[in-house]
Design a binder for this molecule. Structure first.
Ligand SMILES: [Zn+2]
Ligand SMILES: [Zn+2]
Length: 571
């Protein structure tokens, strides 16, 4: 987890505000370049800042390094504060609308006084945008649609980013000796893929000290509540954080209550009522007597069921399973024995094969598959047959060298072409250990075309895994149109494994599709699709998502020992 996204956002805002002022085009370019290199950085910018090595990043000079350091150390940047005072508009909000750039933002500000999403929406609904030069009725329609997209993207944060922000808050509050317990509750504890706000529960011997410290954290940009037991703040990155201090004897009840989901809790309360009990955030009560509340498991036990892992609490059948003793034993990170989808600098990865293998070895993997892109993905420098054959020889040599204890598997992420054929010849594919087939082009194909295309690729004798099956990018791009039921059927027939791509922006398949896949008997590979060494850490997000999809170790092939894994995928 890194603070890269946060820092990139701050730099982006400065760049946009400078562009709005229109005075220093060179500076604007410098900020834009910096945003790109931070977003593509394989390391945590905060770690580089601590080591005073920010200027080693492409496009970051002394001035920008100072800006970043100031933000990381104080939560503020003087130049941004000044810009925000001079330019009184919420530029990040407006820029989040697809198709809206500085030119439009300037126009609507100067002509209509629009400063944020709400005032823009009002102007659009009053038909005022269509009257402006160069906009017109059609653009107005697109902007109205775009405002909804922007609202969705702005109001949610990727789980990975939210966890990183929360752990930063945790580090600072845990320094207080009065803090006894610190737990992140809410949808984050359930490991939902995107997060609205952060809910933190604390048990402490001095509630006031915790609250005073919390509202004065350096990252806080505004305080909406500051009480004895509850405070709410907004951080400079934009996310809201609620902190509650709970007494020890009802901490478990509060944790259960604030973890949710709402549907899960409604059903639990109904079960409590049927038993003549009462369940709330303070405990489980029989009359006036509290029969559980100190810990969560006590509450579930007293309601006659097993304790339900937070990732399952969606009212998707977990309560019934807990009552019947049939909850699945969910997969854990330590069950993972290897990673079957990764890249190197031979295609669009950032690290050499040796560096990737060292990083995989550090995870004590038993096997690791190198699977670079193939030729039709030219923007990713995909490999043609000759390069792939050389790569095969190279991996044979690396395995023979004995430098790595794990087995290095020969793989490729081949492209599914528009007609469903693959972009590498069978005679080369047949020499690979694991072939992942993915869609990277023509993602706007209609449902029928896309389904046929993918199903045809799965017919190949040499394909083992379908990579990121729905192509979505969280908060950015929706799933492509595809009949997954038909795809699952074809996969079943052809012994194809579904990928759960663990990249925090993908997490593809999603939880309900994972359940549907395993229900028809498919197996899953949880893969990082790492493009640099640090991305091997994304495996944890894949495992969170796998748990939300009710997967146990047996459902996931890269928990198997090498021999069993290879014989499972064999055609
Ligand atoms: Zn891919
Ligand atoms: Zn990939």
């Amino acid at each position: 987890m890194t603070r890269n996204a946060e820092v990139a956002r701050v730099l982006k805002e400065i760049g946009l505000l400078l562009e709005f002022e229109g005075k220093e085009p060179f500076k604007v370019k410098a900020y834009q370049r910096a945003v790109r290199s931070i977003a593509a950085l394989g390391e945590d910018v905060a770690v580089l800042a601590e080591r005073r090595e920010l200027t080693s990043i492409a496009g970051i000079g002394k001035g920008l390094a100072e800006v970043i350091t100031s933000y990381l150390e104080t939560g503020h940047v003087a130049v941004l504060d000044e810009l925000r005072t001079r330019v009184p508009i919420r530029i990040m909000e407006l820029d989040a609308i697809p198709g809206v750039g500085i030119k439009t933002i300037k126009l609507v500000y100067e002509r209509l006084g629009v400063t944020n999403l709400d005032s823009l929406e009002k102007a659009a609904n009053e038909n005022k945008l269509s009257q402006l030069p160069g906009l017109g009725a059609k653009t107005q329609e697109q902007i109205i649609e775009g405002i909804q997209v922007a609202r969705g993207g702005l109001s949610r944060t990727l789980l990975a980013d939210a966890l990183s922000i929360a752990s930063d808050v945790e580090k600072q509050l845990r320094r207080l000796p009065v803090v006894r317990q610190f737990v992140i509750a809410g949808s984050m504890r359930r490991r939902k893929e995107t997060i609205g706000d952060i809910d933190i529960l604390v048990e402490a011997t001095d509630s006031k000290l915790v609250m005073d410290t919390f509202v004065t954290l350096k990252e806080v940009s505004s305080i909406s509540a500051h009480g004895e037991t509850k405070s709410s703040v907004r951080l400079s990155g934009g996310i809201q954080v609620d902190l509650r201090v709970l007494p020890a004897d009802s901490f478990g009840a509060g944790l259960q209550y604030f973890t949710g989901s709402i549907d899960h809790n409604v059903k639990l309360r109904a079960i409590a009522q049927k038993k003549g009990h009462r369940l709330n955030e303070y405990g489980l009560f029989r009359g006036e007597e509290k029969i559980a509340g100190k810990d969560e498991s006590g509450i579930y036990r007293s309601l006659g069921m097993d304790t339900i892992p937070p990732e399952l609490r969606e009212d998707w059948g977990e309560i019934e399973a807990a009552q019947n003793g049939t909850l699945p034993t969910l997969i854990e990170l330590k069950d993972i024995r290897g990673d079957l989808h990764s890249h190197t600098d031979q295609s669009d990865g950032k690290n050499t094969i040796d560096e990737m293998l060292d990083a995989a070895q550090a995870k004590r993997y038993e096997y690791y598959c190198v699977s670079d892109h193939t030729q039709s993905l030219t923007i990713a420098n995909g490999m043609d047959e000759d390069r792939l054959l050389r790569r095969i020889d190279e991996i044979d040599e690396l395995n023979a060298s004995g430098r790595w204890k794990m087995k290095i598997l020969k793989g490729a992420e081949v492209d599914i072409l528009s007609d469903g054929s693959l972009d590498i010849k069978d005679e080369v594919l047949s020499q690979l250990d694991i072939v992942t087939a993915s869609i990277h082009s023509r993602m706007k194909d209609d449902r029928k075309t896309m389904t046929e295309r993918v199903c045809r690729a799965l017919e190949s004798k040499y394909v083992h895994i379908l990579g990121h099956p729905t192509g979505r990018m969280l908060l950015k791009r929706t799933e492509f149109e595809i009949d997954l039921e038909a795809v699952f059927e074809s996969a079943k027939k052809n012994n194809i494994v579904m990928e759960l791509n663990a990249h925090p922006e993908r997490l593809d398949l999603n939880a309900s599709n994972l359940r549907a896949a395993t229900k028809v008997g498919l197996r899953i590979a949880v893969n990082t699709d790492a493009h640099w060494t640090t991305e091997l850490d994304h495996m944890q997000f894949g495992v969170y998502q796998a748990r939300r999809g009710w997967l146990s170790r047996d459902d996931v092939i890269n928990t198997y020992p090498l021999k069993k894994m290879m014989s499972t995928i064999r055609k």
